[in-house]
Design a protein around this ligand. Structure first.
Ligand SMILES: [Mn+2]
Length: 371
């Protein structure tokens, strides 16, 4: 008995305003579709008895028509190949109000597809395997009830659990989302022992125990995930083995922060130039400039920095200013923050008889900058 476990495909996610020249779709949105289509291809190539998706199929509870069409197209391919496909809903795809209905009602119409999305425990029989499902539950009481209903099915050779949420324990598997659910370890009850526990929610692949595994996501939804691999688990129940396989995604790279306390703007540009490598091409890149002096900050040009990183897909830059005298705490400033742009502007213009310093002080006061 072999199966693939994957999760957190977040179809419909989109960000930045770059367009895929071939499809005309937002490029990041397309990246997530590519990752999904690649998974469908991998599943079809692999000789597996079934597939598990551990939640967050879609990025939102009300996905767009396009995200739905792409999801259905993939699911149909697996369905038509005769491979049973189990999907549970995650916190990103569970409506807060039940009357909204769920897209999973439609997905469930495929004969080889089994979905758990009703805020309750469900069990599916696939070959000689019982698949116990805990989807995202809207209420904590529902989650509690779901856990109470878990019972090992002794008539089956294998028992698998799939659940979506952050696994309780010493280490935190939180995504920092307000509606995430905490999963207790059902094996603390000595009558319960699974052959494999397929988890979704945490976007980084991790084995909590040899048989308790987050597959991780197939793309990255935030810079907190920079450097994480993307991929899926191949589980062989008969051999008692499970292995992680990496899949391609758009690279996301967090560069080491630069301490700029002794640099002027030209020196900062040349430090940034040193960081440019071919690895950054078409990647999502983030960089922090620390301790930038106030006068330097005013002179830094977005355009200049963009030119240095002209080959990256998207640059996220965060700048913290050198703490002013008598102050101990620096403050994160966005480069295009209004007060900074305002000061930059005043420096550039001819003010005639007007006092530039007074203009700045008053302007910043009106803009709500208490510096
Ligand atoms: Mn997720």
């Amino acid at each position: 008995m072999k199966f693939i476990h994957f999760s957190d495909t977040h179809l419909g996610y989109s960000d930045y305003n770059k367009i895929d020249p071939q499809t005309g779709i937002n490029q990041r949105e397309q990246d997530f579709y590519d990752a999904w289509e690649n998974m469908i291809y991998q599943i079809k190539q692999a000789d597996v008895d079934f597939v598990l998706h551990a939640g967050d199929l879609f990025h939102t509870t009300r996905p767009t028509n396009r995200a739905i069409a792409i999801a259905l197209e993939g699911i149909q391919k697996i369905n038509d190949a005769g491979i049973p496909f189990v999907l549970i809903s995650g916190n990103h795809s569970t409506p807060k109000i039940r009357a909204t209905g769920s897209i999973f009602e439609s997905i469930d119409l495929f004969p080889n597809v089994f979905t758990a999305y009703k805020s309750k425990y469900e069990k599916f029989q696939i070959g000689d395997c019982a698949v116990h499902c805990i989807p995202h539950c809207s209420l904590s009481e529902e989650l509690e009830t779901a856990f109470q209903q878990i019972e090992i099915d002794k008539d089956n050779r294998y028992n698998i659990l799939t659940a979506h949420g952050s696994w309780a324990g010493e280490k935190s598997f939180s995504m920092g989302e307000f509606n995430e659910q905490r999963l207790q370890d059902p094996e603390l009850d000595e009558n319960i022992q699974f052959d494999y526990i397929a988890l979704g929610h945490y976007h980084k692949h991790i084995k909590i125990k040899p048989h308790v595994v987050y597959s991780g996501s197939t793309e990255h939804t935030s810079f907190n995930e920079a450097g994480n691999l993307t991929g899926y688990m191949m589980v062989d129940l008969k051999k008692g083995e499970n292995n992680y396989f990496e899949t391609p995604c758009r690279h996301m790279i967090k560069l080491e922060a630069i301490d700029c306390c002794e640099y002027n703007s030209t020196q900062i540009y040349s430090e940034l130039e040193k960081l440019v490598t071919p690895e950054l091409n078409e990647a999502l890149v983030s960089i922090s400039l620390l301790n930038v002096q106030h006068d330097t900050l005013i002179k830094l040009e977005n355009r200049e920095i963009d030119n240095i990183f002209s080959k990256v897909f998207q640059l996220k830059i965060s700048i913290s200013q050198m703490p002013a005298q008598g102050k101990t705490i620096g403050k994160d400033i966005n480069m295009s923050a209004l007060p900074v742009e305002f000061e930059r502007y005043i420096d550039e213009i001819e003010t005639g008889e007007l006092d530039k310093d007074r203009l700045k002080t008053m302007g910043l006061m009106y803009l709500g900058n208490d510096d």
